[in-house]
Design a protein around this ligand. Structure first.
Ligand code: ADP
Ligand code: ZN
Length: 291
């Protein structure tokens, strides 16, 4: 059986066809322009592929409430051409197949939970640290939506006492995305994150903020493992720094066998940056199986 996968990002769209085992047969990527330009290209790509369903992992915010009249819409995004855009409805009409829909980061969380490093675990958290910071939450075997969907990249943090950087989030002076995303690193230190590899203080501070956020996720969501992906997390030296800080912030309060082994609890994404698109295949598959 073949499934379509669409990872809808603010700068690019990744389109792929895969099977029920998560194997990707073909994949292309196109820039995200206005919907009138981009959507017809997506429809043309999937039209002749003989797919049984399409899974979309989208930038947001999006409406995931199936009782809402705007279910399947991209809603209040600052990318104005895409605001209030019925992406699920339009793809459904054009392709006449079931459409699975979730946030891009929930897609990545699902990819890892189905085929990757959190496979077999009932609860996990996936954090992407890239242009933005996003958090996907897989709890008791399904993706968490709630009122809207988690927006835990904007969790508010305690500033490091020596950090006077104003942050890059237009909404919050002290949120994780504003203080620790790729653009935040670049603006604070005046160089691209990938050119700051040898500056220890950059990664110590980055780990300080990521660990604080992660402790909050540990205390509220109790995941069995936390996966970190996205461009910034290619800096592997962050992992031991984050683990040390998580231990310090938890200060022994929660004692579990998982937290006794932080090397296996806080881990890099395992699917070679295919976790998002593979998650979209699983979103399609689940939608096909839905009653
Ligand atoms: P996006 O979030 O746009 O989907 P990425 O996850 O690749 O894409 O994130 C892009 C951000 O990550 C940029 O701010 C970039 O500077 C940063 N980044 C990309 N690769 C690296 C790297 N190897 N090391 C550190 N930062 C990186
Ligand atoms: Zn914010």
């Amino acid at each position: 059986m073949l499934f379509g996968a669409l990872e809808a990002g603010g700068t690019k769209m990744v389109l792929a066809v895969g099977n029920e085992y998560g194997e990707i047969m073909e994949e292309i990527s196109i820039p995200t322009k206005e919907p009138d330009t981009t959507i017809p290209l997506i429809i043309d790509y999937f039209k002749e592929k003989n797919i049984s369903a399409l899974g979309i992992g989208s930038f947001g915010p999006i409406d995931l409430n199936d009782e809402s009249s705007t279910y399947g819409y991209i809603t209040t995004t600052p990318k104005l051409a895409w605001a209030n855009y019925d992406i699920v409805g339009i793809m459904k009409k054009a392709l006449s197949i079931p459409i699975g829909f979730d946030t891009d980061v929930n897609g990545s969380a699902l990819g890892e939970a189905t085929w990757g490093i959190t496979k077999g675990l009932s609860s996990s958290v996936y954090i992407t640290v890239g242009t933005g910071v996003g958090v996907g939450v897989y709890i008791n075997g399904s993706l968490l939506h709630g009122m809207l969907h988690p927006e835990a990249g904007h969790i508010l943090l305690q500033r490091h006492p020596d950090d006077n950087f104003e942050g890059v989030c237009p909404y919050h002076p002290n949120c994780l995305e504003g203080l620790a995303s790729g653009p935040a690193i670049e603006k604070r230190w005046g160089e691209k994150a990938s050119d700051l590899v040898d500056k220890q203080e950059v990664w110590e501070l980055e780990a300080y903020y990521l660990a604080q956020a992660m402790v909050n996720y540990i205390l509220t969501l109790s995941p069995k493992r936390i996966v970190l992906g996205g461009g910034v997390m290619h800096q592997m030296q962050l992992f031991p720094l984050i683990r040390t800080q998580v231990k310090t912030f938890l200060n022994g309060y929660v004692k579990t066998k998982e937290l006794d082994n932080l090397d296996e609890y806080i881990v890099p994404a395992s699917l070679e940056d295919k976790q998002g698109i593979m998650g979209c295949i699983q979103l399609a598959k689940l939608r096909c199986q839905a009653p």
